[in-house]
Design a protein around this ligand. Structure first.
Ligand SMILES: [Zn+2]
Length: 337
């Protein structure tokens, strides 16, 4: 892991924003509100600029290493700060490692097509915004969208502008969306677009915060879905150019996030996990005040309350239908609407 250089940060961020963050590392809070800083989610503290810069260096090295063929695929769990804008911090994000790394990729490989897949429970607004006009970076975000839910964007109608029209795909899902409904949206919308677009490079922001017990979100995904996501993404990547970078993103149930990263890393590295979590690991969690109630890699079975089910299913149906109508023609998929 290394710090990003000033030149790299400038690929996306405003110089005055970078300078303000650097100054905050040592001193006061002048101009903080203007840049979304000094809030509960994006506090300032000594060294905040370095805290924000390390994941950028890591994600750039992951992307360029895979792009250049130095390694087959790469995982950077600390990365995935998808909410940061040019001169605005938000949602625990200061610098947008994803945008910076993909801009650097585009400098070297301007003709290549990138797919940015965001399965974090929150909309990938910063990345969408950075490439809203660009057909060479297709952004697909599946996320919760409900009243007051952060960041509030990510409606199906946000499809990109100019040449980028059709290349921003948003799949908003209602609270309580479970595995079954989530996969319906993924298979009906994401898979056909992916196959039609044929990306040269895939960047996946996972987000462990879609997990059923995450304290900040209302999606109801289980460990099985994360396992299946990993397998599905890898299969799709292997049908193409086999270039994949994975970043962690959100995840506010610490034990669930750790389990999900472990499941993903084991799958990507082709390592079989032991049937239960090692005792030392459980002890370590307890020492830090985290409860581990289940030692295996599966979640408690979840059934959506039957009175909610028709409403959720209808909302997911509406989303699928709307997204297909709005973006399928861009990919020549009119016959599948
Ligand atoms: Zn999130």
């Amino acid at each position: 892991m290394r710090l990003a250089t000033r030149e790299e940060l400038l690929l996306f961020h405003d110089p005055s924003y970078i300078e303000t963050l650097e100054l905050f590392g040592n001193m006061g809070t002048a101009f903080s509100a203007r840049f979304g800083l000094d809030t509960d989610e994006c506090p300032i503290f000594p060294g905040v600029d370095k805290y924000a810069s390390y994941p950028v260096g890591g994600t750039i090295d992951a992307v360029m290493g895979v792009a250049d063929g130095e390694f087959e695929d790469a995982v950077s769990f600390l990365g995935g700060f998808h909410h940061a804008m040019e001169s605005q911090a938000g949602g625990f994000c200061y610098y947008n490692d994803i945008v910076i790394a993909l801009k650097k990729y585009q400098q070297k490989y301007p003709e290549k097509r990138v797919l940015y897949l965001d399965t974090d429970a929150h909309h990938g607004d910063g990345v969408q915004h950075a490439f809203y006009h660009d057909p060479k970076v297709l952004t697909i975000s599946l996320h919760e969208l409900s009243m007051g839910f952060y960041p509030g964007s990510g409606r199906a109608e946000e499809v990109g502008i100019g040449e980028g029209k059709g290349y921003s795909v948003n799949i908003p899902l209602p609270p309580l969306t479970d595995d079954v409904e989530w996969w319906r949206a993924f298979e009906d919308v994401v898979v056909p677009i992916w196959l039609a677009y044929k990306p040269d490079f895939v960047f996946w922001e996972v987000g462990a915060d879609g997990y059923m017990n995450d304290p900040l979100t209302d999606l109801m995904l289980t460990y099985d879905t994360y396992q299946r996501m990993s397998k599905t993404v890898r299969q799709l990547v292997h049908l193409g150019t086999r270039k994949l970078v994975v970043t962690g993103g959100g995840g506010y149930n610490a034990v669930a996030a750790a389990k999900i990263w472990t499941i993903l890393l084991a799958d990507i590295a082709d390592i079989a996990l032991p049937p239960t979590i090692p005792a030392e690991w459980i002890e370590l969690c307890h020492k830090h005040g985290f409860q581990v109630k289940r030692g295996g890699w599966t979640s408690r079975p979840f059934r959506m309350p039957s009175d909610q089910y028709p409403k959720i299913r209808r909302a997911v149906d509406d989303t699928i239908e709307k997204v297909k109508e709005l973006v399928f023609p861009t990919f020549g998929l009119e016959d599948q609407i």
